[in-house]
Design a protein around this ligand. Structure first.
Ligand code: AMP
Ligand code: GLY
Length: 423
C-alpha cells in the first residue's frame, strides 16, 4: 500500500502514526501535514481541493490509496474527479463521492434522508430564502430554546440555539435574508431542541458492509464547564461510560443499519467513515448530525484504541470485505486534551517556539505545528493533542495532564475539565 493522507490536523497525525506501525514510512505521504506527520511519512505541499495537483502527485508516486481526513476534499468531489479520470480511477479513495458527502454538506439532505429511512432525529422543517415569514410562523409552533441550522458547511458556526423567539426571528433574518453564511444559509433547518448528553459513533463502511469503531465524547466549547464559543474540539475520551451494550445495540439497529441500507437504496456508493453525532434522550439514541469523515480530536482517542491494522481495514474495504475481520479494540481508556493557541477560536498568533520535555505516558499528535530551521513552533489555533491510555478514565486523563506540564509555548491554553462530567 502506498497511501496519501489529506489534511494537517491531529486526526491526520493519528492516522499516520497508526499506519507507520504497519507499513514502511516510505509508503506514507501526508498533504500538507504538520511537524508531527513528518515523523511518520513524507509531507507534501498540496491544496486539499487542488485535485489536478493531487492526481499528478499520485501518478508520479504510485499512490494506490487516498485517505481524506477532513470533509473539504470530499464535499468538493475528490472521488468524482478521480473516478472520471482514466489515469486516476484505479486509486482507491476511502471517502464518499459528492452525493454521499451531502450527509455532512447539507443538513436538509441529511434530515430528509433520516426521515425517509425512519432514523430517529429531531422534528424539523426546512426553509429557503424568501420563506422568512413561514419560518417565523413555524418558530411560533415550537418551544424554546430554538435550534436553527444553516444547511451548508459554515466552519462549525452554522448552528445557533437562541433562547427567545425574538432572537430566533433575528437569526432567521440573518441567515436567510442577510446571507450570513453565504450560499450555506440560503436554506435553513429549524428543529426541535433535544435535551440529553452527546456521544459520537464511528463507522467504517465499504459500501456494503461496515464495522463499528469505539465511540467517543468530545468537548466542543473553549471554556471550562462547556462555556464560551464552539471550537473544533478541546479534548475527547473513549469509551464513554453511559454507552451500555443495550444503548449500543439501539444505535446499531435503529441508526447504523438503516443508514447503510438507506445509502444503498439511494444508490449512493458510500465508502469511508461515517461519524454519527448522537444525543442520548432518556436512553434513546437520536441523531444530531452526520459527518462524512472522522472527528478531530475524536480520532486521537479512537485510533489509539484500534488494535486491528488500519491498513488491513482499508485493503479489505477496497475488496468490499471490511466486515470479514474481527475488529479488535484495546480495553484501555484513552483520553486526549488539546493544547491551543491563546485567543483560539478567535484571533491568535503563530510562530511560538515549542519546548517538549520527556513524555512517558502519552502520545503527542501534532496539529498546528511546523518546523522552522528544525525548531518546532506553533502554526495554528489547535497546536497538539496529548493522548494517553489508562486502566480507568481518571488514569488516562491524569497521564495527559501530567504530560501537558512538560510542553511549553507562549499562550499555551487548554481545558482542565475534559472527561470530568463523566466521572
Ligand atoms: P451540529 O453541527 O448539527 O452537530 O450541531 C452543533 C451542536 O449543536 C451539536 O453538537 C449540539 O450540541 C447542538 N445541537 C444541534 N442540534 C441540536 C438539537 N436538535 N437539540 C439540542 N442541541 C442541538
Ligand atoms: N470534533 C468534532 C468534529 O470533528 O466535527
Amino acid at each position: 500500500m502506498r497511501i496519501l493522507i489529506l489534511g494537517s490536523g491531529g486526526r491526520e497525525c493519528a492516522f499516520a502514526w497508526k499506519l507507520a506501525q504497519e507499513i514502511p514510512k516510505e509508503n506514507i505521504f501526508i498533504a500538507p501535514g504538520n511537524a508531527g506527520t513528518s515523523k511518520y511519512g513524507t509531507n507534501v505541499e498540496l491544496g486539499l481541493k487542488d485535485f489536478e495537483a493531487i492526481g499528478r502527485f499520485c501518478c508520479a508516486h504510485s499512490i494506490d490509496t487516498i485517505l481524506p481526513g477532513s470533509e473539504e476534499s470530499l464535499v468538493a468531489g475528490i472521488r468524482n474527479y478521480f473516478e472520471a479520470n482514466t489515469d486516476l480511477n484505479s486509486i482507491y479513495i476511502f471517502g464518499p463521492d459528492q452525493t454521499g458527502a451531502l450527509l455532512e454538506g447539507s443538513k436538509d439532505f441529511a434530515k430528509q434522508f433520516m426521515v425517509k429511512y425512519g432514523i430517529p432525529t429531531a422534528k424539523y422543517q426546512s426553509f429557503v430564502k424568501g420563506q422568512e415569514i413561514m419560518a417565523k410562523a413555524f418558530l411560533k409552533t415550537m418551544n424554546p430554546p430554538y435550534v436553527i441550522k444553516a444547511d451548508g458547511l459554515a466552519a462549525g458556526k452554522g448552528v445557533v440555539i437562541p433562547e427567545t423567539l425574538t432572537e430566533a426571528e433575528i437569526v432567521v433574518d440573518q441567515m436567510l435574508t442577510n446571507n450570513q453564511f453565504g450560499e450555506a444559509s440560503h436554506t435553513i433547518v429549524i428543529e426541535e431542541f433535544l435535551k440529553g448528553i452527546e456521544v459520537s459513533f464511528f463507522v467504517m463502511t465499504d459500501g456494503e458492509n461496515y464495522i463499528l469503531l469505539p465511540e467517543a465524547k468530545d468537548y466542543k466549547r473553549i471554556g471550562e464547564n462547556d462555556t464560551g464559543p464552539n471550537t473544533g474540539g478541546m479534548g475527547a475520551v473513549s469509551p464513554v461510560n453511559f454507552v451500555s451494550e443495550s444503548f449500543k445495540n439501539k444505535v446499531i439497529n435503529s441508526i447504523i443499519i438503516p443508514t447503510i441500507a438507506g445509502l444503498r437504496k439511494e444508490a449512493i456508493d458510500y465508502k469511508g467513515f461515517i461519524f454519527i453525532g448522537i444525543i442520548n434522550v432518556n436512553d434513546q439514541p437520536i441523531v444530531i448530525e452526520y459527518n462524512c469523515r472522522m472527528g478531530d480530536p475524536e480520532t486521537e482517542v479512537v485510533i489509539p484504541r484500534l488494535k486491528t491494522r488500519l491498513s488491513d481495514l482499508l485493503k479489505l474495504a477496497k475488496e468490499k470485505k471490511i466486515s470479514t475481520i474481527d475488529t479488535e479494540i484495546f480495553e484501555d481508556y484513552c483520553a486526549t486534551v488539546m493544547l491551543v493557541s491563546e485567543g483560539y477560536p478567535g484571533k491568535y498568533s503563530i510562530g511560538k517556539p515549542i519546548e517538549i520535555g520527556p513524555i512517558v505516558n502519552s502520545i503527542i499528535f501534532d496539529a498546528g505545528t511546523t518546523l522552522n530551521n528544525k525548531r518546532l513552533q506553533t502554526n495554528g489555533g489547535r497546536v497538539m493533542a496529548i493522548s494517553s491510555y489508562g486502566k480507568t478514565m481518571e488514569n488516562a486523563l491524569a497521564n495527559s495532564y501530567a504530560s501537558i506540564n512538560k510542553v511549553t509555548f507562549e499562550g499555551k491554553t487548554f481545558r482542565t475539565d475534559i472527561g470530568k462530567d463523566l466521572l
